[in-house]
Design a protein around this ligand. Structure first.
Ligand SMILES: NC(=O)c1ccc[n+]([C@@H]2O[C@H](COP(=O)([O-])OP(=O)(O)OC[C@H]3O[C@@H](n4cnc5c(N)ncnc54)[C@H](OP(=O)(O)O)[C@@H]3O)[C@@H](O)[C@H]2O)c1
Length: 269
């Protein structure tokens, strides 16, 4: 069955909405009828989006729901309760997709009319360069057609993995938030580099290329433990550095950071 051209309405027009809309238009323009973007009143932002992409904007998303096939909820998690309550009265058979942290299909289904097709995408900021590792899960009332539409949306922002709702909650910290952990790791190494009197620009270049090369190696070999061992001569200098990391419970610290992130994500709404 050929998929109908989709009219996609975004409620929320921030960084993540821009990434999803840009990716979608880039990879699937022929399958899109129109992309409409709305926000909470920031006019300059909507002007920027119209100038930058092939989108239409509106100050009132309520006028656009009936004519849309998909509504992407790209506003903060805490805005969902109010928007869902209002959105409910406009829905006919629209597919509702949220990208908000902590807002799974169960949350949406509870607040929307019976049998509303819903889905949850958990992207990360690499969506802006088409390199997100996104998680997704579909609600109870979705069909194969909805899955195809969701796959089209996901394709524009990188790679994706279907999970259960519970898994998306558990893995949000890993794919959604851990990029911040990695950037923090880079910040720490840059600080350690400048402590030796190296200028910041050079320090950044050294650390970023080191990380880039390491990620390429990881991608190639898929075995972080083996790669670590290749760098670590027993009793050598790198082993001393890793010993300090172990003494400071690096692995345990990462687990705690993941747990704290997930606990917060589940408690925000
Ligand atoms: N950034 C990430 O790495 C990331 C990763 C995964 C998921 N997410 C999720 O993506 C969503 C958006 O994040 P973001 O980083 O794109 O945030 P953002 O750049 O701050 O954008 C938030 C957008 O929501 C709009 N908004 C806020 N309250 C609203 C309301 N009541 N009605 C309509 N629009 C409203 C804002 O409009 P105004 O500008 O007019 O206020 C803005 O366009 C969040 O739910 C977040 O959990 C983000």
């Amino acid at each position: 069955m050929i998929m109908k051209k989709q009219r996609i309405l975004f409620i929320g027009a921030g960084r993540m909405a821009e990434a999803v809309a840009a990716g979608l238009l880039h990879t699937s323009r022929s399958k899109i009828d129109e992309v409409i973007m709305s926000n909470n009143g920031n006019k300059q932002r909507l002007e920027y989006l119209v100038n930058q992409y092939e989108v239409r904007t509106t100050h009132n998303w309520r006028d656009e729901v009936t004519n849309s096939d998909v509504v992407v909820l790209a506003m903060p998690p805490e805005a969902h309760e109010e928007i869902l309550s209002e959105l409910s009265s406009y829905l006919t058979d629209q597919f509702i997709v949220t990208i908000a942290a902590g807002i799974g299909p169960a949350y949406l289904e509870q607040r929307l009319p019976d049998n509303t097709p819903v889905a949850w995408i958990m992207p990360n900021t690499a969506a802006t360069i088409g390199e997100s590792m996104s998680l997704f899960t579909l609600g109870k009332a979705t069909t194969e057609e909805h899955r195809k539409v969701l796959e089209m949306i996901l394709k524009g922002i990188g790679k994706s993995q279907e999970c259960t709702e519970r898994e998306v909650h558990q893995l949000t910290a890993i794919t959604g938030s851990a990029p911040a952990f990695l950037y923090h790791f880079a910040e720490a190494l840059i600080e350690a580099t400048t402590a030796y009197g190296i200028d910041e620009q050079t320090a950044k270049q050294l650390v970023i290329q080191m990380m880039y090369g390491s990620v390429q190696m990881l991608n190639d070999k898929q075995n972080p433990g083996e790669l670590r061992e290749q760098v670590t001569t027993p009793g050598g200098a790198t082993a001393e550095g890793l010993k300090v990391m172990a003494e400071h419970n690096f692995v345990d610290m990462m687990k705690k950071a993941v747990e704290a992130t997930n606990a917060k994500a589940m408690g925000v709404k």
